[in-house]
Design a protein around this ligand. Sequence first.
Ligand code: PMP
Length: 303
Amino acid sequence: MPSYAFLRNEFIPLEDAKVGIMTHALHYGTAVFEGIRGNWNEDKKQVYIFRLKEHYERLAQGSAVLQMELPYSVEELCKITVDLVKKGEFKEDIYIRPLSYKSTEAMGVRLHNLDNDFLVFAIPWGRYIDVDACRCCISSWRRPADNVIPPSAKITGLYINNAFTKTEAQSRGYDEGIMLSQDGNVSEGSGENIFLIKNGRLFTPTTKDSILKGITRDTVMTLAKNELGIDTIEKKIDLVELYDADECFLTGTAAHLTPVSEVENKKIGTGEVGEITFKLQKLYFDVIKGKNEKYIDWCTPVY
Ligand code: PMP
């Protein structure tokens, strides 16, 4: 089945969707992206796109950071995306990649006096972290402070920091790397937020700890509160607290809710998937697949 892209205001086959070699974003990382999942529900023969609107709201905010105004409203972007996925006739889990980018074909490092455009494509995509529980290292690459590159926006150029982390982790034999903030507190994984559980309480770094404010992070916090009666405490988390946690997991659109079994070869808790993590994971997967009526408003059906 051919995949499609939406580029320069039209739907075209993915293989024909090209940008010029002088495109500003290609040279200077002047773009903002999103990662959105469409989840296949076999019983309903339906693809549900998860929290579509929230992803485009974040794309709009990030675009503003790079002095770009999206050429479409959030509502229009949602409709374009549903139409795109429909054209692909997907019957599996998919990944949707929107990009808001400086499209002018010109040289010169700057943000001003450049045109911008929007593109999006969708591809089949299964698991991102392909293990049931992941082993993490502490990255030697720290997350930049807000006055270096704000990690609260998914700026393409920023992701070199994440790429350094992922490659370091995998070359050391780990699945993922956890980055610290400039002040040495736990920040986030290369593509995930992080949560700890200690004595039945749920903790995660604050939005001041150089993190992306994850949509999965918000989903998990909401489910923990509503369904398990557990409030999440947002606080600065140091390395000792991380090593000392009973349970630990990562959250992200690509990674879903992935338990962490070890950090730097030290087991977290028993090293097995913890009880609360397991419960949250079950709730999360039902919700994203449109199997929980209470949260069906988070799921946009495609067909
Ligand atoms: N942190 C980083 C650095 C990420 O790239 C992502 C993935 N978008 C996340 C956290 C998780 O965000 P979300 O749950 O919105 O996908």
